[in-house]
Design a protein. Structure first.
Length: 255
């Protein structure tokens, strides 16, 4: 959605694609400059220092575990969790809808039921589900925005936790109640807590987007500040070298 003060992520992404698919440099540059200009009056969301979950029903987990979070554009959410100690992999994708509609252009209509999401594979011996939740609510997104993460609007950008078992469900619900009771935010949290039907990885060009495109106006303005917030608020969990999807795929292929 475009307003007089903002240009949507989808438009900015289109500009980036145009610049790499053979358009004349001058035309692509003009479009890119226009996109950057559109963000000049907007502010990146500030992180909020919040207490850790009082209860973690997943504490007895032993093997690698999976968490799936939605919190606006998956580029930034993926970038944050790729830089958390104990995270083995964070994959951008879609959750909440059907396989047939798990494609970027279709999800972007807001009619598929999908939310842009990130599937996080983590080692519970190094980082707990509770800590991942704390980072999710504090740094990765604003859980009080309904069906949007400024400047991106639509149900595909909703705040949602897709739980994989009862322990994750209980931990997430209790944490939301804890944060609301503590009035950490000026208004109530709108994050959905729903069962994960299935997760579908996004197209390859979306993976590791924050790391691969730090020059992007959208990334620089809205997502790179999240990395700084992570480093500041969670110094023990922060890792400078991200767990990239591309690096893992290359290692698996023996490259």
């Amino acid at each position: 959605m475009t307003t007089t003060s903002s240009i949507s992520k989808r438009q900015r992404f289109s500009f980036a694609r145009l610049a790499t698919t053979g358009l004349a440099w001058a035309g692509a540059a003009a479009l890119a400059l226009g996109a950057l200009h559109g963000t000049s009056g907007l502010a990146a969301e500030a992180a909020v220092k919040i207490p850790a979950p009082a209860v973690d029903d997943t504490a007895n987990a032993a093997n690698l575990q999976t968490a799936v979070f939605a919190g606006g554009c998956f580029w930034g959410v993926q970038g944050v969790f790729q830089r958390v100690h104990g995270v083995v992999q964070a994959v951008s994708g879609y959750a909440g809808g059907k396989k047939e509609t798990a494609h970027y252009e279709m999800v972007g209509t807001g009619l598929t039921g999908h939310a842009e999401s990130v599937k996080i594979t983590y080692d519970p011996k190094k980082v707990s589900y509770a800590t991942l939740l704390q980072i999710y609510f504090s740094v990765a997104h604003d859980p009080t925005q309904l069906n949007q993460q400024y400047p991106d609007r639509g149900p595909q950008y909703r705040s949602a936790i897709f739980y994989t078992d009862a322990a994750q469900k209980q931990t997430a619900e209790r944490y939301i109640a804890q944060l609301d009771a503590a009035k950490v935010y000026p208004i109530k949290i709108v994050t959905q807590v729903v069962a994960l039907p299935e997760f579908f990885a996004a197209e390859g060009y979306h993976q590791d987007y924050l790391t691969l495109h730090p020059e992007s106006g959208y990334i620089a303005h809205f997502d790179l500040p999240k990395i700084e917030y992570l480093k500041t608020l969670f110094p023990q969990q922060y890792r400078a070298e991200p767990a990239l999807v591309t690096a893992r795929a290359q290692a698996a292929a023996g490259k």
